[in-house]
Design a protein around this ligand. Sequence first.
Ligand code: FMN
Length: 446
Amino acid sequence: MKTFDKILLTNMERPGYTGSLPDYEGTGGYKALKTVLGNVPPNDIIEMVKKSGLRGRGGAGFPTGVKWGFIPKDHPGPKYLCCNADESEPGTFKDRQLMERNPHQILEGIAISCYAIGAQTAYIYIRGEFRLATKILERAITEAYQAGHLGSDIYGSGVTVYVYVHVGAGAYICGEETALLESLEGKRGKPRTKPPFPATHGLYQKPTVVNNVETLANVPHIVNRGSEWFASIGAPPKSTGTRVFCLSGHVKRPGNYELPVNATFRDLIYELGGGMRSDKPLKAFIPGGASAPFLTPDHVDVQLDFESVALAGSMSGSGGITVMEEGTSMVWAAFRLMEFFYHESCGKCTPCREGSAWIVQILQRILNKQGRPEDLRTLAEICENIGGRTVCAFGDAEIAPVQSTLKYWRAEYEVLIEEAEALKVSRKEIPVLSVAQAREVEGSLS
Ligand SMILES: Cc1cc2nc3c(=O)[nH]c(=O)nc-3n(C[C@H](O)[C@H](O)[C@H](O)COP(=O)(O)O)c2cc1C
């Protein structure tokens, strides 16, 4: 693998770097904010981010500058920025590390983004389980206010940015941007029907940008080093920059690895991750969080960028790569993921609410060797009736493990169902003893 410069993890890999304000400032922190506030027109920053090719790191990969450009410039009332720190996608743990180890990088990104879209208030919506990250962020926000990097009239520029941390209650659906907004408003976290989109009717029905932690952390670097520099990294023009990939599962060295997006799964799994943890070969991997369809060893040379993974039949989603070795039951893997989705379905849409329960039941009976020959057709039909028929993308996400395991490892399902059939036959062949016969057997034993 070619050598490359890390962008987001550089600081935290420096020996002794604590993420405190002096540490961050010591490495050029808040230089980008100082450069732009009051000096660079907000629209120029939006154009800069558009040209950089930065795309959302939260899952959907939407172009960040384009999203910012949707915010109405002439809107008279408040506008909001929401930093999505919910990070609830199984197999994804990069935002947590970014928050815990280098919080000011995110705060600087938030301040610049607020200035670009004309928002004075930003909320960091953080998942409830991230207690340490919450404390660290809150301390960093206090430091930033005290040093004048946040607050009113920052550096005498007339620009005001206030940042608040809002702790969620640990629901996967609250990572979905509109459910996040509902939750932030104090309601039950359920997704909203779109349109209208948050850009015009977001938090409190005001223009709102929702961006992922990692997306926002990239912004100061784009300002400091230019959009051309960022756009030259990775797989331009559509997938640029680096991403922090979360490697987990049956590998020797799981962890967060920052890579340019034109690196391959092989680079990540075998070079950085040290390869498989035992002598067993690779069997399967999830390329972008639990919502992404499984891929196979045939796909290890696929690049990590959005387009290449989509072409391979999956998505790079949240950047969570979970590796499974030979010997893993793919029916079991699908079942475990499906249990999660069933538990987390918010219940708003019938296909998702009911369908996830049915899928869990069917997978469970297949695993219990009680599957029926018609089960595979039923599973496929349920998935078809969920996909594209729900308010949010949760529906599409939850069918991914089932559809992709049925596509690549159908034989494993069939073997379990055949075993169930065989058991049924042998069960029938065992004669049921009458009471008299049973007594006779009992008597012969005494
Ligand atoms: C069910 C569901 C869960 C999601 N969870 C997260 C999450 O935990 N963090 C996140 O950043 N985006 C999550 N997203 C994506 C967000 O809806 C949204 O696209 C993202 O926050 C936008 O930021 P970005 O453009 O910077 O990626 C989720 C989407 C869905 C459908």
